[in-house]
Design a protein around this ligand. Sequence first.
Ligand code: GLC
Length: 465
Amino acid sequence: MKILHISAECFPIAKVGGLADVVGALPKYQKNLGLTSSVVMPYYNNTFTQSNTFETVYNHYIALGHEYYHFKVLKLSNNQLGFDLFCIDIPDLLYTDFVYSNEDTKRFLAFQIATLDWVLKLTVKPDIMHVHDHHTGLIPFMMSYSFKYATLKNIPTVLTIHNAQYQGWFPHAHGGLIPPFNYENTGLLDWDGSINSLAAAIKCAWSVTTVSPTYMEELKLKANGLEALLHHESKKCKGILNGIDWNVWNPETDERLLKNYSKTTVISGKKANKKWLCKEFNLDVEKPLFIFIGRLVGEKGADLFPKIFKKALTENKISILLLGSGHTETETELAAIPKENFNTFIGYDEKLAHIMYAGADFLLMPSRVEPCGLNQMYSLRYGTVPIVNAIGGLKDTIIDIEKTAGFGIVHDGVTLGKVTSAITKATNYYYEKEFKKNLKKIMSIDYSWNNSAAAYVHLYESLKH
Ligand code: GLC
């Protein structure tokens, strides 16, 4: 079976968040299960595209309303990724040094139209078109209702929702950019008076998945306005837990680390990485090290970080290191915290992230919304105990140490008091005998795609029959 994943991000080509990690890993695991999975994404102007060779496999024009744009489909020349990668090159719209901006309607519409125009010309068509998030959400609608794509109508479409907060809204006045369709079907594009790409995908895709079972249930109650729609479509919706790429995230072979380690050498291995981190960021290596990695936004609980960190640092003998960027106000407040047992790296650095998972003792994830969350899985793999709010995928993956078979720290709710108590609980745990034993245990938990990739295969098969 041939699967075409269509996405705005894919690791290692372009990554803003977890979407990239999923799209860069799932195809490899699907291949292990006998599928042929490829990825199509925009051709951005970044280090990856500049330092790799691509060959042109298709060359044409798309119409966006009354405007015409030249586009090429480029295929990555070598097979370093473990799957075929196609990039849509529209120099005027997509060749940017960023993935997202405030003016994305035209960019992603052009990407979707060019993708479908190319698929239309393929002699061997994909068996499944798998779209990810709202940036590719109009594809199921266009395949079913745009006249020019009528021959693609019978190819099943799957939508995976990685984050339902962002929905790709735009006014009906821009509806003319979508290749012509029967006006009667306009309602399928609409939600609450605007064109809503995610809503259109939920209505039109043959099947809808979210990235954890709990998030699926949560969306029916809170989905930034789409609750009723998800309720209505719940028969075709399913939560499938994400996995992680077991090869990219492997402390035994990870070239980014200062020292590699396995379950048997976890104590000395983590110590070497922690030593480097503490030296680099002026922290005390003897104290338990807590880290946060991610975007500094409300969904991640980041607005509370300045208060949480100040309180936790006063009440416990710990160090905290944060990697990420986001809301200016939070960044400014964090910059004002004295750099004593505390430091930040504002921005993103993949190598530093790997060393942090390896060198830290605890990972903080006080998310208010977390569709799946991959960081808690990376952290387990590297022997770092996650401290999480019981929400979405975090609830599905982490069990509190006080419960049977527990191995992490779980708090119920995101308040200053709840998060700082969890940090104190973790600090006490750090000095218990059980702590070191638990590190070996968490490194053995298999949250790789080995477990979840098969669930997608079953879903695809059910759509083909
Ligand atoms: C989004 C979600 C995150 C999820 C990731 C991959 O970034 O916020 O929870 O793990 O997508 O599906």
